[in-house]
Design a protein around this ligand. Structure first.
Ligand code: THU
Length: 141
C-alpha cells in the first residue's frame, strides 16, 4: 500500500472495490474481451459505477473510469473522494482517464485491483499523474 493516500478507510476501499468488480459484469467489450469496472465515490456519498463500452470503430470506445465520471458529472456531482478500478489482472487507469480525473480532483484516492484474486492496492492521482495540468493552469478570460 502506498503512502500519500487521502483519508478514506479500509471498509470504504473494500466496498468500492467490490462495486468495481460488480461493474465488470456490464462491460461491453466484444473486441478486446477485457472487462473493466469502475466505482466512483462522490463527496456526497453516492457511488457511480461504470464499465468500458467498446465500439466497432475502435477509437469510439470509452473506458470504465470515464463512464463512471461522466455519469456522476452529468448527475450534478463535481467533487470526488475515491475511484476503484477492477480488471482480471489489476491493470491501472489509462492516461486519458487520469487526465479526466484531474479535471475534478487535484488528488483522488485510486484503488486498483484484480477481480480474480480480490487483491487491490491503494494509490492516488498525485502519484499516478505527477506534475499535472489542470483547470487552474488556464488563464482567466
Ligand atoms: N480500458 C478501460 O476501461 N480503462 C482503462 O483505464 C484502460 C483500458 C478499456 C478500454 C478497452 O475497452 C479495453 O479496456 C482494452 O483496452
Amino acid at each position: 500500500m502506498s503512502k500519500n493516500k487521502t483519508a478514506t478507510d479500509v471498509q470504504t476501499w473494500d466496498n468500492l472495490f467490490q462495486q468495481a468488480v460488480a461493474a465488470m459484469q456490464n462491460s461491453y467489450s466484444p473486441y478486446s474481451h477485457y472487462k473493466v469496472g469502475a466505482a466512483l465515490l462522490s463527496r456526497s456519498g453516492k457511488v457511480y459505477r461504470g464499465s468500458n463500452v467498446e465500439n466497432a470503430g475502435y477509437t469510439a470506445s470509452v473506458c470504465a473510469e470515464r463512464t463512471a465520471i461522466f455519469k456522476a458529472v452529468t448527475e450534478g456531482e463535481r467533487e470526488f473522494v475515491a475511484i476503484a478500478v477492477a480488471t482480471v489482472n489489476g491493470g491501472a487507469p489509462c492516461g486519458i482517464c487520469r487526465q479526466v480525473m484531474r479535471e475534478f480532483s487535484r488528488n483522488l484516492t485510486i484503488i486498483i485491483g484484480n477481480s480474480q484474486t480480490g487483491k487491490y492496492r491503494v494509490t492516488s492521482l498525485a502519484e499516478l499523474l505527477p506534475d499535472s495540468f489542470g483547470p487552474e493552469n488556464l488563464p482567466e478570460i
